[in-house]
Ligand binder design. Structure first.
Ligand SMILES: *Cc1c(COP(=O)(O)O)cnc(C)c1O
Length: 398
């Protein structure tokens, strides 16, 4: 039987399939049942009272816990190497529950230059409502970080690789500075997944996922997860998760559990296909620049190779041409759908300047490295030759 200490001896791939679920506790059902119930019944009022008081294990109400969701949380905790995990109804529910849960009014957050758009929106809202300040930092040296850390800085919040520029941030360096200053480090690990990068092993405190992306992997569910130490996440569970209430449904948790079973296989293939596409893009005369953490000609390759197993499935590249040329290339694609998610079996493409990052003024966008000619490709699981011939025919219309 799996579970407890015995699980530690198993490798990642085995854990993706077995961790967090024991068939003999669920009528020997091979796959986790979907506990589609809002509430749970008690034998006696006393039992109900002691479950409410946390004196007895057991479920009470599905916003507070559900067995299908528990299986997902345990599996994700195992995969990221954290004590506990919490599952949420979306990546943003996880991001907001964690940030609000670990900060208070008038705190300050240090962030990576480049964040998911809605995370940026959330920080702006918190600034306006609760005076929680934030500063963007390129986090490239200790001096630069220290100059941006204030008395009231309580959290360093980063994404690595950064969306959509694919810049890689040095986790070891961040943790070193954060530990000196007693500041928590939160990492949005959506682009890498625990198969490629495990920030908790570097000493980061909390990992967040938009499970909508590679964790689910099939483009059929919106979900989020936070993984970290028990003390911090119990606090988040009892406050922002319980009282704001962005919990995942049992069915969505089940879809994620199913998706995770193939995470290792998928990440290998996403990375392999991305490497092939990068090699082709490099030798194409209409391509100006490529941003991919797995490419050894990138400035952040040395950092990437220290903390990531492979480069992952997301590739950004700039074409030689104008804003309109970038739009035209996207419109000429036949196989690759235009869509703003990533991590699915289907290769997806988007144009940040007119979609995900369109609200950011052009000047600021350029400072962030998001030019008008930049395209972001989430390389899927199709045969790479077919992905490439679609991109190639579109580039050749330029
Ligand atoms: C998509 C995404 C999110 C938000 O997740 P949702 O599931 O859409 O709420 C957060 N961070 C990153 C890096 C993402 O790609």
């Amino acid at each position: 039987m799996l579970g407890g200490d015995t699980l530690n001896n198993y490798k990642f791939e085995t854990k993706t399939i077995h961790a967090g679920y024991e068939p003999n506790q669920h009528f020997d059902s091979l796959t986790p049942p979907i506990y589609q119930t809002s509430t749970f019944t008690f034998d006696t009022l006393e039992q109900g009272a002691s479950r409410f008081a946390g004196l007895e294990d057991g479920y009470v109400y599905s916003r507070l816990g559900n067995p299908t969701v528990t299986a997902l949380e345990k599996r994700m905790a195992e995969l990221e190497g954290g004590e506990v995990a919490l599952a949420f109804s979306s990546g943003m529910a996880a991001v907001s529950a964690v940030i609000i849960g670990i900060t208070k009014a008038s705190d300050h957050i240090l962030c990576s230059k480049g964040l998911y758009g809605c995370t940026f929106g959330l920080l702006d809202m918190l600034k306006e409502k609760y005076n929680i300040g934030y500063t963007f930092s390129d986090l490239s040296s200790k001096e630069e970080m220290l100059s941006n850390i204030r008395e009231n800085t309580t959290c360093i919040y980063i994404e690595t690789p950064v969306n959509p520029t694919m810049n890689v941030i040095d986790l070891q360096l961040i943790v070193q500075v954060a530990k000196e200053k007693g500041i928590k480090v939160v990492v949005d690990n959506t682009f890498s997944t625990p198969y490629l990068q495990q920030p908790l092993k570097f000493g980061c405190d909390i990992v967040i996922h938009s499970a909508t992306k590679f964790i689910g992997g099939h483009g059929d569910v919106i979900g989020g997860v936070a993984v970290g130490d028990k003390a911090t996440l119990t606090q988040v569970k009892k406050t922002t998760q319980k009282d704001i209430g962005g919990v995942i449904s049992p069915f969505d948790a089940w879809l994620l559990l199913r998706g995770i079973k193939t995470l290792a296989l998928r990440m290998e293939r996403h990375s392999e296909n991305a490497e092939k596409i990068v090699a082709q893009l490099k030798s194409h005369p209409k391509v100006k620049a490529i941003y991919y953490p797995g490419d050894n000609e990138q400035p952040s390759y040395e950092i990437a190779s220290r903390q990531m197993k492979k480069g992952g499935g997301v590739v950004s590249f700039e074409i030689k041409g104008s804003f309109q040329d970038a739009v035209n290339v996207v419109n000429k694609l036949k196989l690759i759908p235009i869509a703003v998610s990533l991590g699915d079996a289907e290769t997806l493409i988007q144009h940040p300047a007119s979609m995900t990052h369109a609200v950011i003024p052009e000047k600021v966008r350029n400072e962030m490295g998001i030019s008008n000619e930049l395209l972001r490709l989430s390389v899927g699981l199709e045969a790479w030759e077919d992905i490439w011939s679609d991109i190639k025919q579109a580039l050749e219309t330029l």
